[in-house]
Write a protein that binds this ligand. Structure first.
Ligand SMILES: *[C@@H]1O[C@H](CO)[C@@H](O)[C@H](O)[C@H]1NC(C)=O
Ligand SMILES: *[C@@H]1O[C@H](CO)[C@@H](O)[C@H](O)[C@H]1NC(C)=O
Ligand SMILES: *[C@@H]1O[C@H](CO)[C@@H](O)[C@H](O)[C@H]1NC(C)=O
Length: 376
């Protein structure tokens, strides 16, 4: 019983001792975050604070950079005493705390910084902050679309090219696994994988990489990932996806299926499937709504046939148009069944013919008149 009590009190004593030790170490110490990550090209603030013992006063604060050179020094409460390097400035901070701002973090700012508080009468106390400079991989924009046969470019950038050795572009189809498209490493030429040679180009840059495909093929649809390999073995990547379009080139054909009834087809091949609507000028002589059929083709495109049945009289009076809407078109394509244009053309030809005849007969008359006069 007694033994246990002694043990218990001993444990309490030990705990108290430990606590005292800890407090003792904390007293008069500098607190600073050990490790921080600073995004490249942004301002970054470093902060240290010191806890003062009774009777102590703070005479001077010094900051040392990653090479242990003076970065900034000042006497607290004396603004004029601030001196240091160009790319840093003193920030306002509470008593016994010191904050400096690196105006624009760069690759060379990575490393450990020391803050030194010169105290009177106890001497200097110091803390250390180690900075890791970080950057994001960014792809230029959101997902892209490209028309088959045209050109598409993807851009990818990384703010710390000094930290990476290579960039690789990978392609991932909707179904299936990723394959390499192209890569570029420092001090070498861009490398294009054999299946892409002749229609894929890669810029020789790590910080701003640009992958260009020309001409774009339907099967280029999928996602493209730019992947950076860092010296540290880490990889960083970003992805952009591509949709490939085939634009419709609609055609209209028609035939008389039974006396007085005409069947018209509006046909187009596209990717993704287009939408066909018929525009019949305010008339009720169509025989039912159009019937549209979709026929997927082997190459990823879709054949669309929209069939409209109309009374033949209709074509003489009003214009019948097939309107094709597609995501890749700014405005729909209209194909007329040539009825109204036909009439207009007939009128135009007739008018021209009549005019020509008139001019000819006038010439003839004049010539006859002159000839007569001369003879006379
Ligand atoms: C891009 O496309 C992919 C796949 O098609 C999709 O998962 C992703 O959400 C899209 N991103 C944007 C920003 O639209
Ligand atoms: C319209 O298309 C159908 C097939 O969907 C075809 O059977 C018909 O002959 C076509 N008509 C015309 C006028 O081309
Ligand atoms: C179509 O319109 C005409 C007048 O423009 C009308 O006389 C006729 O009854 C209409 N037919 C139908 C089926 O609605």
């Amino acid at each position: 019983m007694k033994k246990m009590m002694i043990q218990a009190s001993c444990r309490k004593c030990l705990q108290a001792c430990l606590l005292l030790l800890l407090v003792g170490r904390l007293q008069g110490r500098v607190t600073a975050p050990e490790h921080l990550e600073a995004p490249v090209e942004k301002p970054f603030t470093l902060t240290c604070s010191v806890s003062r013992d009774r009777g102590e006063s703070l005479k001077q604060v010094r900051w040392l950079d990653v090479q242990n050179q003076i970065l900034l020094s000042y006497q607290p409460g004396n603004r004029d005493s601030v001196s240091g390097q160009q790319h840093v400035e003193l920030a306002t901070s509470p008593k016994d705390t010191s904050s400096i701002v690196i105006r624009r973090v760069g690759f060379r700012d990575e490393g450990c910084y020391t803050c030194i508080f010169d105290m009177h009468p106890s001497g200097s106390k110091q803390g250390q902050i180690c900075l890791t400079v970080t950057a994001q991989v960014t792809v230029d924009s959101n997902n892209k679309t490209a028309v088959s046969g045209k050109k598409v470019s993807f851009s990818c950038s990384y703010g710390l090219p000094e930290k990476v050795t290579q960039i690789t572009w990978k392609y991932t189809p909707a179904q299936g696994s990723s394959t390499d498209v192209a890569s570029f490493a420092k001090r070498s030429d861009p490398m294009i994988e054999p299946p892409y040679q002749g229609r894929v180009w890669l810029s020789p840059s790590l910080s701003h990489s640009q992958l260009t495909i020309q001409p774009v093929a339907i099967h280029d649809e999928g996602c493209y990932t730019c992947l950076y390999n860092a010296h540290s073995g880490e990889t960083k990547s970003s992805t952009v996806c591509l949709s490939t379009y085939v634009l419709p080139k609609p055609q209209v054909s028609y035939k008389t299926t039974s006396p007085g009834v005409i069947e018209a087809n509006c046909t187009c091949v596209s990717r993704p499937p287009a939408e066909i609507v018929w525009n019949v000028e305010r008339d009720n002589r169509t025989m039912g709504p159009p019937v549209t059929t979709q026929l997927p083709q082997g190459d990823g495109t879709t054949l669309l046939i929209s069939t409209l049945t109309v009374q033949s009289g209709l074509l003489k009076d009003v214009s019948v148009k097939c309107l094709v809407h597609h995501k890749g078109l700014e405005s729909p394509i209209a194909v007329s069944m040539n009825t109204k244009i036909g009439t207009a053309l007939t009128i135009l030809i007739s008018v021209t013919t009549v005019a020509a005849l008139l001019v000819m007969s006038l010439c003839f008359c004049l010539w006859k008149c002159f000839l007569r006069k001369e003879v006379d």
